[in-house]
Design a protein around this ligand. Structure first.
Ligand SMILES: Cc1ncc(C[n+]2csc(CCOP(=O)(O)OP(=O)(O)O)c2C)c(N)n1
Length: 294
């Protein structure tokens, strides 16, 4: 049985003391332990930003890549090794701004991955510029007269496109968030959790402002009811219902279709090359070997 200690490492945490990101980190550890995953069975993928640092602070497989690009990497990892629990950890800038295109097309492909967005409504690492989720009118480091456009509503877009699993959590409600992560990781296909994560350094509103407006969804909400889910996602911008917003009917995850069509199975399950085969293959790439010069 894995324990929380199995996920601990000695990396010095660079987040501000008191940052709600600590709550998300704790929820991650608790969820992975509850799922009885050992660190070698998990792969976290991130881009750049404060959120993207989370995989540094958890002892498991991880890949920390380019800003906005964690989803295509996760798609590759999951396709090559479907036995891994593949989770993207990303910020609202990384995922909805720079990586927005990848998110939208992953919705269509339905890879069996989980995407967890630390939504602090700003670019925190680079000191508080507006992100796609900054409320209209809010003054920011670059938008000194206020943001003049409506924020992007990614949960609504995800529901519209029948995302397999859409949830919203609150970084200060650790056990509730842990429950959402457990459900999201277990759910087949593309699971998406938007986590409200107020920034205590660059945010314009105190954490208590969010605490007053967060409300846990109860049994009255049926996540299979698409209209009800959409109504929640489009509802009052200053109210935050948290819980599972939407679950689609089961559908085929991406890797299965791709693999069945073009390969004999996942890369990770194919027999390894012998040393001779490897040398032969590498020799073809030597300058003058001819293969690419003909
Ligand atoms: C292609 C590219 N554009 C811009 C940057 C600069 N940059 C680094 S982190 C970041 C913002 C990260 O914001 P977000 O993803 O919301 O994460 P947070 O720091 O708020 O957790 C930006 C703009 C970069 N590293 N690469």
């Amino acid at each position: 049985m894995p324990s929380i200690d199995d996920y601990a490492n000695n990396v010095e945490i660079q987040w501000c003391p008191g940052c709600p990101n600590f709550g998300i980190l704790q929820a991650f550890k608790k969820a992975l332990v509850e799922l009885e995953k050992t660190p070698d069975q998990v792969c976290l993928i991130s881009g750049i930003g404060q959120a993207a640092k989370l995989p540094h602070y958890l002892k498991c497989n991880f890949f920390n890549g380019l800003h906005g690009r964690p989803i295509p990497v996760a798609l590759g990892v999951q396709t090559a090794n479907p036995d891994l629990t593949t989770v993207v950890v990303t910020g609202d800038g990384d995922c909805y701004g720079e990586g927005g295109n990848h998110f939208i097309h992953a919705l269509r492909r339905n890879p069996d991955i989980t995407v967890v967005v630390h939504n602090n409504e700003i670019y925190a690492l680079t000191k508080g510029q507006a992100s796609p989720t900054t409320p209209q009118g809010e003054k920011r480091t670059l938008q000194v007269k206020g943001v003049d456009i409506e924020p992007l509503n990614m949960p609504a877009i995800a529901i519209l496109h029948d995302c397999a699993f859409v949830a919203r959590g609150f970084a200060r409600n650790i056990d509730h968030l842990k429950g959402l992560l457990v459900e999201a990781i277990q759910h087949p296909g593309f699971s998406y959790v938007d986590v409200i994560q107020p920034c205590i350094t660059w945010g314009n509103r105190p954490i208590s402002w969010y605490e007053d407006r967060v409300r846990e969804l109860g049994e009255e909400h049926n996540p299979k009811d698409k209209d009800a889910a959409m109504a929640l996602a489009l509802g009052d911008k200053d109210e935050f219902p948290i819980g599972i917003l939407y679950q689609s009917e089961p559908k085929d995850p991406f890797g299965h279709r791709y693999r069945d069509a073009v390969t004999d199975g996942p890369l990770a399950q194919m027999p390894s090359l012998s040393e001779d085969q490897l040398h032969k293959m590498l020799s073809e790439f030597k300058p003058g070997a001819g293969r690419f010069l003909d």
